[in-house]
Write a protein that binds this ligand. Structure first.
Ligand SMILES: [Zn+2]
Length: 150
C-alpha cells in the first residue's frame, strides 16, 4: 500500500506540532509536489520545479527535506558511488526495488516477489530485519546509445 498525500499531510502536521515548528504553506506545497512524483528527485530538481510558483529558495527546500526525512515522509539514498544524493517519497511497502541509470538518474521501480521472499527469509544474527531496499545500477537505453555514439 502506498501512502497517499492526505496521510502524509496528517503525519507532517503531527510532526510539526510535536516539534513546535511552524506549519508554513510552503512545507505542505513541497510535500504535495513530492507525493505527486513517481520517481526519485533531488533538492535542485525540486527547486527548479517550484521556485517560480512558490518563491522558494534552495535553502528552504533543503530545510524542508530535512524535516521530511526526520518525520519519515521521504527516504534518501545515494547512487554513483555515493556522490549523488537522491530522495523519494516513503511508502508503507516493506520492500523497495529500483533500477536507476547512473548516467542520467532516471529510476524505475520493479517488483519481484521471488527476490522479495528470498531476502525476507534471510535471518541476521542479533538483528531483526523490517524492510529492505534494493538498487540496481546501470545505463538506460538512451544513455547506452549515447555512449555507443561517442
Ligand atoms: Zn540514462
Amino acid at each position: 500500500m502506498t501512502v497517499n498525500f492526505e496521510e502524509a499531510k496528517a503525519c507532517l502536521t503531527t510532526y510539526l506540532t510535536q516539534k513546535k515548528l511552524s506549519k508554513t504553506p510552503a512545507r505542505y506545497k513541497i510535500l504535495e509536489y513530492i507525493y505527486s512524483l513517481d520517481k526519485p528527485f533531488n533538492a535542485e530538481f525540486l527547486h527548479a520545479q517550484l521556485k517560480d510558483s512558490y518563491r522558494l529558495s534552495l535553502a528552504t527546500i533543503y530545510n524542508t527535506l530535512t524535516i521530511f526525512l526526520d518525520s519519515n515522509l521521504i527516504v534518501k539514498y545515494h547512487y554513483d558511488g555515493g556522490t549523488s544524493l537522491y530522495y523519494e517519497k516513503a511508502t508503507n511497502s516493506a520492500f523497495h526495488h529500483i533500477i536507476i541509470c547512473s548516467e542520467c538518474g532516471k529510476a524505475r521501480e520493479f517488483t519481484d516477489v521471488r527476490l522479495r521472499n528470498t531476502i525476507h527469509a534471510r535471518t541476521f544474527k542479533g538483528f531483526k530485519a523490517t524492510r529492505h531496499t534494493l538498487t540496481v545500477y546501470g545505463l538506460c537505453s538512451k544513455c547506452s546509445k549515447k555512449q555507443l555514439n561517442k
